[in-house]
Design a binder for this molecule. Structure first.
Ligand code: FES
Length: 161
């Protein structure tokens, strides 16, 4: 049995303490603690299913050691939305029919959130470049891009973020 170690970080806006195995990845730590919206995918940082936001940047949580989260701010899909109300990115994906099996969706939403937080009105090319680390086996991407373009357009027209 590995020696467990304590760390603390802000998770979805709340300061939390966790016991970690020094070798475990942030992905495993989150899921072990019930944050199962963060998905196992390729475990090589190539598919985007495990994306979380760390200090404002989208990262592949399979490539981050749990101890590297010490003192940081982490946002998972469980931190989005307001009670029963979905986050605008989630709503846009649903409205466009861009969710099929849904396995890629949490990572997709978090990559998009990091993008929109940095640039509220990305154009189509920027959306495609920013989202290219998130693979989707079902949708063919068109509907996902269309949802992102709608969010961007709503920001351009003064919609809420
Ligand atoms: Fe199935 Fe994207 S909706 S992988």
């Amino acid at each position: 049995m590995m020696k467990m170690k304590k760390i603390s970080f802000t998770l979805n806006g709340v300061e939390k303490e966790f016991e970690i195995d020094p070798n475990e990845r942030l992905l495993a730590l989150l899921r072990r603690n019930g944050y199962k919206g963060t998905k196992y995918g390729c475990l090589e940082g190539a598919c985007g299913a495990c994306t979380v936001i760390m200090d404002g940047k989208a990262v592949a949580s399979c490539l981050v050691f749990a101890f590297q989260a010490q003192g940081r701010s982490i946002v998972t899909i469980e931190g989005l939305g307001d009670g029963p109300e979905l986050h605008e990115i989630q709503q846009a994906l649903i409205d466009e029919g861009a969710v099929q099996c849904g396995y890629c969706t949490p990572g997709m939403v978090l990559s998009a959130k990091a993008m929109f937080d940095e640039n509220p009105t990305p154009d189509e090319e920027t959306i495609k470049v920013q989202m290219d680390g998130n693979l989707c086996r079902c949708t063919g991407y068109e509907k996902i891009w269309s949802a992102m373009k709608k969010v961007s357009a709503s920001h351009r027209n003064g919609g809420k973020r």
